[in-house]
Write a protein that binds this ligand. Structure first.
Ligand code: PEP
Ligand code: MN
Length: 253
């Protein structure tokens, strides 16, 4: 299974879990509920790239142990964000199955190159989120840096682009940019992140429906056992129970 982990398949690839790993109990409880509803890949950020200082920045390497427990207890695969070479090395060391590069990091060629160099020779599965700004070339360049380091198990995540004053979306979709990426990298897995795109739990279902109907290979969705208590991105997280019924609805139609 692990070698095909990001391969497009007939059923959508679903990754779900909290924005941030906040505590051992929050991680394990969310993992338990998601596993019970059939989710196979658990996401959680352990190093949180905050736009401004002062907020919760994650528990770092300590939280990787909680992800390992989710893996061992519920048989899920795990995914986390890496922003530096050291993050990538620590995540691999603790057995994280899939890495992702976040939107702020994709916008930094130095950081991406450093991560690519750290992964050279591993062929680790890695997902690349679009950069915060609507720049097709930066997104492309990040993927090329990983490919040049010999990685082949690469996927893309479309999470929308920061624009000023969008009345609906936290990050404007610009679907055409993701479409252009799919043309540039035919066959490469493309996921949609409706949580960061919409910024609110009400928008998760319509955005997910739109993405799956237009051929995206799957979704990465933020899900928290108690969204009201979330330390980051509370408004755009849904409970595992709500996620499960939403997925049933949107995949049945
Ligand atoms: C995240 O997935 O929690 C995250 C920080 O996302 P993005 O890089 O899309 O802002
Ligand atoms: Mn988040």
């Amino acid at each position: 299974m692990t070698s095909d982990i990001l391969k497009p398949n007939s059923s959508p690839l679903i990754i779900a879990g909290p924005c941030s790993a906040e505590s051992r109990s929050q991680v394990l409880e969310t993992g338990r509920l998601l596993a019970a509803s059939g989710i196979k890949i658990f996401r959680a950020g352990v190093w949180k790239p905050r736009t401004r200082p002062g907020g919760f920045e994650g528990h770092g390497a300590e939280a990787l142990k909680w992800l390992k427990e989710v893996r061992e207890t519920f048989g899920m695969l795990t995914a986390t964000e890496v922003g530096t070479a050291a993050h990538a090395e620590q995540a691999i060391e603790e057995g994280v199955d899939i890495l992702w590069i976040g939107a702020r990091t994709t916008a930094s060629p130095f950081a991406v190159q450093e991560i690519a160099d750290a992964l050279r020779g591993t062929d680790y599965p890695i997902l690349v989120k679009n950069p915060v700004c609507a720049d097709l070339e930066l997104w492309t360049g990040a993927i090329e840096r990983l490919q040049n380091a010999g990685l082949s198990r690469i996927g893309m995540i479309h999470r929308g682009f920061k624009t000023y004053g969008d009345p609906i979306f936290r990050n404007s979709p610009h679907w055409e940019i993701a479409e252009a990426m799919r043309t540039r990298f035919p066959g490469m897995t493309m996921l949609c992140d409706p949580s960061h795109m919409g910024g609110s739990r009400e928008l998760i279902a319509p955005i997910s429906t739109r993405a799956l109907r237009t051929g995206y290979h799957g979704l990465i969705i933020e899900s928290h056992c108690n969204p009201a208590q979330a330390l980051t991105d509370g408004a755009q997280q849904i409970t595992p129970e709500a996620l499960s019924s939403m997925l049933l609805t949107i995949t049945a139609n």
